[in-house]
Design a protein around this ligand. Structure first.
Ligand SMILES: [Zn+2]
Length: 489
């Protein structure tokens, strides 16, 4: 027998062929359809989509912006365009020039029926030979007829208008409202953000024709005229012949001017005009450039030196001689508590703890010709200079205690905002703030004495560059103005 020598087996490895790269045309239809679906915007924008006067991020208004990725994907090639359906959803449109306005006036009804959100944002240029009144009246009539052809419009913004014309005196009432108070039954959210004082005042009354209106942003009449003797912040509610239409309002963002806005009569008017308010946000701005946010209401929080208990004094801006907003915080809560549906308030109130500071204090210098014994008195301080952490802890304690005071008297509240003056400088034309929120959490809410917990969140930085607002601050263009500074005269 011959010996068979067995050679060790050799393993042969075959190189695995490289997978060819996936090319676009090799992707399956199902895959492309799925990609298209993922590029569609998620939830619809919330309503209201407008923000308070002191929050001014860029508003991605046109729905096309939200569909940009999807539309770009559709334009990749014929196949993708065939597989992904054209956008047929709701339309959110911004009219930015007269050509676009003319196109929308002629749009077919099936397209108009898809419009859910509209922003009007252009003015007509005026020329010397142009019959101004006629042009602007025509634009107003055309706009009203357009609104009447939008049966599914939910939200209306007025940013700039082609019918901004106010006669010789700037305050002429130009806008005749439609006869029916039910002309725009679908609108539930309305923001009048016009810069012109005349339009800010008159156009807000459009909401008399919106029977289901829930959310409003506007400039109060006292802010437009800055004359609390002539104008009332809540005239918009009081001049109504038929109040049932504003009773539906749940949200009000109001730019106000005078601290009489907080007075008892005005609070009663607010309660009568909008008894179902759930959310109220105030802001107050300088009416001249740079239109800085200038919150006028203040609460001075003082802690007792021995037991540490807080007391709160309401007061006005120290630079202005306004004493209407004064007293103790519980009285303020009693005054406002008849608004029985209110859940969230941001009344633009600055909370201050004057006994504490983080900055070393330099006494003010003696005044010329002061008596020598006065000088030492003026230079003395009883302010505690503390570290940043202790200051924050004290400030938080004050916010919690102030919110509890309000909650005890005004039981429906769920959220209260407080403002902190960042620099406390009065010589600067601009103001920067911090905004804090106090969330009220009730355990065993149904019981008679629920345990109330206050959770502080924030702060949000509210710098002048973000918060300034010129809504309702710009004088209207008038024919042959007598005095630019005073269109009324
Ligand atoms: Zn105007």
């Amino acid at each position: 027998m011959s010996e068979i020598t067995q050679k060790p087996k050799r393993t042969v490895r075959f190189q695995t062929p490289e997978r060819p790269p996936s090319l676009f045309h090799t992707l399956t239809d199902e895959f492309l359809i799925q990609v298209g679906k993922l590029l569609l915007p998620g939830d619809p924008l919330p309503i209201p989509s407008f923000r308070p006067h002191f929050e001014n991020p860029k508003h991605p208004f046109e729905n096309r912006l939200r569909y940009n990725d999807y539309l770009a994907f559709r334009e990749t090639c014929h196949r993708v365009s065939y597989l992904s359906k054209p956008v047929k959803g709701n339309l959110e449109i911004e009219i930015k020039n007269k050509e676009s306005f003319a196109r929308w006036l002629k749009a077919p009804q099936d397209v108009l029926s898809r419009v859910t959100r509209l922003r009007l944002n252009f003015t007509l240029e005026t020329t010397a030979n142009c019959p101004l009144q006629q042009v602007h009246e025509t634009a107003w009539a055309a706009f009203i007829s357009l609104l009447e052809r939008l049966p599914n419009l939910l939200e209306l913004y007025l940013a700039a208008t082609p019918f901004c014309w106010h006669g010789k005196h700037g305050q002429t009432l130009m806008f005749e409202l439609p006869d029916s108070t039910e002309s725009f039954p679908s609108i539930i959210s309305f923001a009048n953000e016009t810069k012109c004082r005349g339009c800010a005042e008159h156009l807000t009354t459009l909401f008399y024709c919106m029977p289901k209106l829930k959310h409003v942003k506007c400039t109060s009449q006292d802010s437009v005229s800055q004359d609390d003797l002539m104008e009332d912040p809540y005239d918009i509610f009081c001049n109504l012949d038929n109040r049932r239409f504003v009773e539906s309002i749940e949200t009000l963002y109001l730019k106000y001017w005078d601290l009489s806005t907080f007075d008892s009569m005005q609070v009663q008017e607010l309660n009568r005009g909008a008894p179902n308010l759930k959310k109220l946000v105030y802001s107050s701005h300088k009416i001249e450039q740079p239109y800085t946010l200038r919150q006028r209401a203040r609460v001075e929080a003082l802690s007792h030196p021995t037991n540490g208990q807080w007391i709160f004094l309401t007061t006005g801006d120290p630079d202005e001689d306004r004493t209407i907003f004064h007293g103790q915080l519980p009285d303020f809560a009693d005054l406002w508590s008849p608004l029985r549906n209110m859940e969230e308030i941001d009344l633009g109130i600055i909370l201050n703890i004057p006994q504490y500071t983080t900055k070393p204090q330099i006494p003010s210098g003696p005044t010329r010709n002061a008596q020598p014994d006065q000088i030492s008195a003026e230079s003395s301080f009883r302010v505690n200079v503390v570290g940043h952490e202790i200051y924050r802890a004290k400030y938080e304690q004050a916010m919690i205690a102030a919110t509890k005071y309000l909650k005890t008297r005004w039981g429906t509240l769920k959220k209260v905002f407080w403002w902190e003056d960042r620099d406390k400088r009065t010589d600067s034309p601009t103001r920067d703030y911090l905004r804090w929120s106090a969330n009220i959490v009730e355990q065993e809410e149904a019981s008679e004495n629920p345990i109330v917990q206050i959770l502080i969140e924030g702060p949000e930085r509210m710098d002048h560059s973000f918060t300034w607002s010129d809504d309702g601050s710009v004088y209207p263009e008038v024919e042959d103005p007598v005095d630019q500074r005073s269109p009324r005269s």
